[in-house]
Design a protein around this ligand. Structure first.
Ligand code: PDD
Length: 292
């Protein structure tokens, strides 16, 4: 079952118009939310970012944020998702193809869910990354449907037998193709500041919060590719990857090819924040159904 605007329906019942601006211009925004034990993790943060992304491209959401949240929770329930992802996208809507945005266009919402296991092996053993130039636009803070720069970087990494691509602008590391990047040197955690050059990841914010709680020194400052290659530990974060160690970058082995002690400390703290069924630590699906 998928969500089409505010209707629950089957995927093959939905007609996507050829002139949907999401399709023709990548004109729209999206979110990916993690479900743990039937509970949507950090739903409020994802909803807030969705609202912000839409506002930044001058798009009014078709329903209130509370409404959208309730629809997504219902979708998770209808599909009986235990551990998985919710994908939601809102495109500008349908109109004759023209670069100019027509007045009174109605946005189109689509959402689906997937049962996806936590990537336990990668979280434990780490992944390899290539370094490649960040060729994306200058509004990476918007979670826009335009992902060609990311897709091309991921494809390059995969073709070379690597798991991810770490992006840099003139040798200053920004983020990975679909993840934020952190490095640790002499006990200090470094990550790119949340500006127009990166997406301010929900998992990134979680890591910064854990670091603060544990009194670990953090610097939100851009660092060079040379610094990255000399780091004691490197990891990437995202809703689906959680905190994944990076053990190899191009030909350089990081921390003897293993996950490092600070990375592991952060992972353990993150693990403790993962909602257990109905513990009330996030928006509980079952709780919200009971409220109706
Ligand atoms: N990607 N940076 C980029 C460019 C991303 O696409 C993502 C997420 C992140 C991490 O953000 P968060 O922690 O909120 O997931 C950083 C999602 C998962 C995706 O496109 O599938």
């Amino acid at each position: 079952m998928i969500l089409f605007n505010n209707q629950f329906t089957e995927r093959d019942k939905v007609n996507i118009d050829m002139e949907d601006r999401g399709y023709q211009f990548g004109d729209g925004v999206y979110e990916v939310v993690r479900v743990y034990n039937g509970v949507c993790f950090r739903m409020e943060s994802h909803m807030a970012r969705l609202k912000r992304s839409a506002a930044e491209i001058g798009m009014t959401l078709p329903y209130s944020l509370e409404n959208i949240e309730q629809l997504l929770l219902k979708l998770v329930e209808k599909n009986a998702i235990h551990t998985g992802n919710v994908y939601i996208q809102i495109s500008r809507g349908v109109a004759p193809r023209d670069h100019q945005i027509p007045a009174n266009i109605t946005p189109i919402l689509l959402a689906n869910t997937k049962e996806v296991e936590r990537p336990i092996y990668k979280i434990k053993e780490g992944i390899s990354c290539i370094l490649t130039e960040d060729v994306r636009w200058l509004r990476c803070d918007i979670k826009s449907l335009n992902l060609l720069g990311s897709v091309m970087a991921t494809q390059k990494a995969n073709q070379l037998g690597y798991g991810e691509a770490i992006l840099h602008r003139r040798n200053m590391v920004t983020e990975a193709s679909s993840k934020n990047v952190f490095m640790i040197k002499d006990g200090t955690i470094k990550t790119h500041p949340a500006n127009h050059l990166i997406l301010d990841g929900i998992t990134r914010v979680e890591v910064l919060d854990i670091a603060k709680e544990k009194n670990l020194p953090v610097v939100e400052e851009a660092f060079s590719t040379d610094e990255l290659l000399q780091a004691d530990e490197v990891f990437v974060t995202s809703t689906t990857a959680e905190i994944t160690p990076v053990t190899k970058i191009d030909e350089t082995i990081i921390n003897k090819g293993q996950s490092g002690p600070i990375t592991q400390m952060l992972q353990q703290a993150f693990e403790q924040r993962i909602p257990k069924h109905g513990d009330g630590s996030s928006v509980s699906l079952f709780f919200s159904i009971g409220q109706k």
